[in-house]
Design a protein around this ligand. Structure first.
Ligand SMILES: Cc1cc2nc3c(=O)[nH]c(=O)nc-3n(C[C@H](O)[C@H](O)[C@H](O)COP(=O)(O)O)c2cc1C
Length: 265
């Protein structure tokens, strides 16, 4: 069973992490939760502890301090994700500061690491935050970029915690071996529509589900994936370049413009 460590820092988006932890447990992962002290002001350790059926780690200097928990947790992790990550925690990681159990464990871990930031748009756009994010990326840490939208503070802009499906997709990406690394994969999916007149069209019953599932999996296996898709009701798979078409001739032109650079179609 793979172990995922979920780090939680003091953002208003902390309440969303419960759903992520629940989904990870449902998908049979062993989950450990580490919280900063400020995170416990937003969400109770009792809630997260109940979801994982064990205590949440908040302090390394407790009665059992001789166990050096930040090292033992770091050693058993297959993937480490901080959700949500504050500007503060990103700044500390970028600069190698480990003054709490979350940063100490994160820096000690050698597994794939992910950060999902959530903060006010001006905090996110601040040059120091952007510089810290870029610096973390040079350490090999992956980011699940925040979304654009109405933020808890009332501002609108970038800074909203990424969709939990995207965070799950990135965790699964991190856990997979990458036999398709540096390979380019082109996948077509979904129906095409042929206009009869400006209002009506003929189409077929394709749902697109198989192509989207293949695209998701190819991305997890390390490929650079292009998905050419007709109109579907599905969410686009995370990490995949999507080209939307409607008619069969648009599909044909899109495939023709891309196929020469592909390893697999
Ligand atoms: C109500 C409230 C909401 C906050 N939301 C965020 C947030 O979404 N993102 C963020 O980076 N900081 C946020 N902060 C500020 C952090 O809590 C603060 O920088 C804190 O020092 C972070 O501590 P930690 O990184 O150790 O958890 C918020 C503070 C308050 C009082």
């Amino acid at each position: 069973m793979k172990t995922i460590i979920v780090g939680v820092s003091g953002s208003i988006a902390a309440y969303k992490v419960c759903e992520l932890v629940r989904t990870l447990k449902k998908n049979d992962y062993d989950v450990e939760v580490i919280m900063t002290h400020n995170a416990t002001k937003f969400i109770s350790p009792l809630t997260l502890g109940a979801l994982i059926n064990k205590p949440v780690l908040i302090d390394d200097f407790d009665k059992e301090g001789y166990k050096i928990k930040h090292i033992s947790y770091a050693k058993k992790a297959d993937c480490f994700v901080i959700v949500p990550a504050t500007a503060n925690i990103i700044g500390k990681i970028a600069n190698g500061i480990c003054d709490d159990v979350l940063t100490s464990t994160f820096i000690a871990a050698t597994c794939p690491k992910l950060i999902a930031p959530a903060m006010n748009v001006n905090m996110y756009d601040n040059l120091a935050t952007q510089r810290n994010i870029e610096r973390c990326k040079t350490y090999g840490i992956k980011f699940v970029e925040p979304g654009y939208g109405l933020l808890a503070c009332g501002d609108t802009g970038r800074g909203k915690l990424a969709d939990l499906n995207q965070i799950m997709a990135m965790i699964e990406y991190c856990l997979c071996n990458k036999p398709l690394k540096n390979k380019r994969v082109l996948i077509t999916a979904g129906p095409t529509q042929e206009a009869i007149d400006p209002v009506r069209y003929i189409t077929n019953h394709s749902s697109g589900k198989m192509g989207y599932a293949l695209a998701k999996r190819a991305f997890e296996l390390g490929a650079k994936v292009t998905l050419i898709t007709g109109p579907t009701n599905l969410d686009f798979p995370y990490g995949v370049k999507v080209i939307q078409i409607k008619s069969a001739s648009e599909m044909f032109e899109a495939v023709k413009s891309k196929y020469q650079k592909q390893d697999y179609i």
